[in-house]
Each structure stands twice: as structure tokens, then as C-alpha cells.
Design a protein around this ligand. Sequence first.
Ligand code: ZN
Length: 246
Amino acid sequence: MTTQVRLDALLELQSIDMQIAELAKRRDEIPPRRAEVVHDITALETEKRERGEAVERARLDRRGREGELETETGRRERYERQLNDVKTNVAYSALLTEIQGAKRRIGEIEEEILALMERREEHEKRLAEIASDLAGKRSAAAAELKSLTAEEADLEGRLVERRASREAVAAEVDDRFLQLYDRLRRGNRFPALVPLRGQACGACHGRLPPQIVREITHDGTLHPCEGCGVLVYAEPVSGGRPADAD
Ligand SMILES: [Zn+2]
């Protein structure tokens, strides 16, 4: 494999592909980030609705209990008036039992009403918290969503620009190497171009035959590593020429 290769172009292509992968990864993270921002608001709105319904239920329950309280109070008063008219001790003590029963029931209803009022107060307290929390979260989310949209547009723009650059650079690369490189890249063998480390592949550290090492370093060409399949190249020395093993 001694075809003349535009190693610089191929390396630039790989560098652009790394940038594209990084930009695409950041772009793909935006929809889940957006969903997360909205998630808190949705949860608070659900809680607000549920507590609003609970307040209404407590209000209706209290109205029902107050009706019962009125009935029991009326009954107790009626028994108390009848006390004056009874003729026998048996009837008197029976009335007293009824009065006690009514009083006990009134006490129970009053407790239930108190509990309903407390429950309603708790819901209303939390509803006030939710209202202020929602206002804050909505305005924070608006800013955050706006910035996410701007970030997304920026990343898309940079991706378009990088893809155009990739196309221009790819046109300079020998077709055969381009295909080899793209096949490795798509097969998740990335980076596909790996520098020679001494006499060995920079990816798997497997030693390469001396003849191949000589071609890589002397001719500035690429060779697939027999161990891991990446394309091995010689890193240019400071002068820009490939390092020479001779
Ligand atoms: Zn290797």
C-alpha cells in the first residue's frame, strides 16, 4: 500500500470528524435537557391541580358536616325542651341518654370540621408556595429554554459549517484511503488514523514488521495494523516531514 497519500488532508479530515462528533453529541443532549427543564413545571402544575381539587372536596365535606351539626344541635335542643314535660323517671333518663348521644355526636362532627379546616389550610399553604415556585420556575425556564434554543441553533450552524469543510477536505483525499478511513470510522474504529509509536501501533501497541515501519516513516504512507485494523501513520517531525526511521 504505497499509493501517494495526502496524510495531512486525511488527518485534517479525522480532526474535523472528531469536531463533528462532539458538536452532534452536544446538539443531541439538548432535547433531554429541554424536557428536564419543563419536567419540574409539569410536576408542579399537576400538584397544583390535585391540591385545588382537594381544597374543593374539603369545602364540600365541611358544608355536609355543618348540615349534620345543625341537625344534631336541633335534636339536642328538642330533647332539652322535652325534659320539662316528662312525667316519669324512666322517660327522663331515656331523654338524658338521647341528649348525651347528641352531644357526643356534635363533638365528633366539630372535630371532623376542625380537621377539614386544617387540611384545607395545609393545601392552601402549599398552593401559595406552588404559585410562587411556578412563577419563578416559569421565568427561569423561559430564559433557559431560550438559551437552549440559541445553543441548539449555534451547534446546528457549526455542524453545517464543519460538514462543508469535511466535504472540501475529503475531496483532497485519495478515494481508496477515504473509503478505508470511512469504513473504520463507521465501524466505530475511531480514531481510525493512529500514529506509529516506535515500531508499534499507537492503538493496540502491536509491533509492525520492519518493512512496513520503513514504508510508513520513509514514504509517509499509511498501513492498516494487523492487530486492530486502524491505519497507522508516522507523525510529522517538527519540520513537517514524516519521521525517518533510517
Ligand atoms: Zn493496532
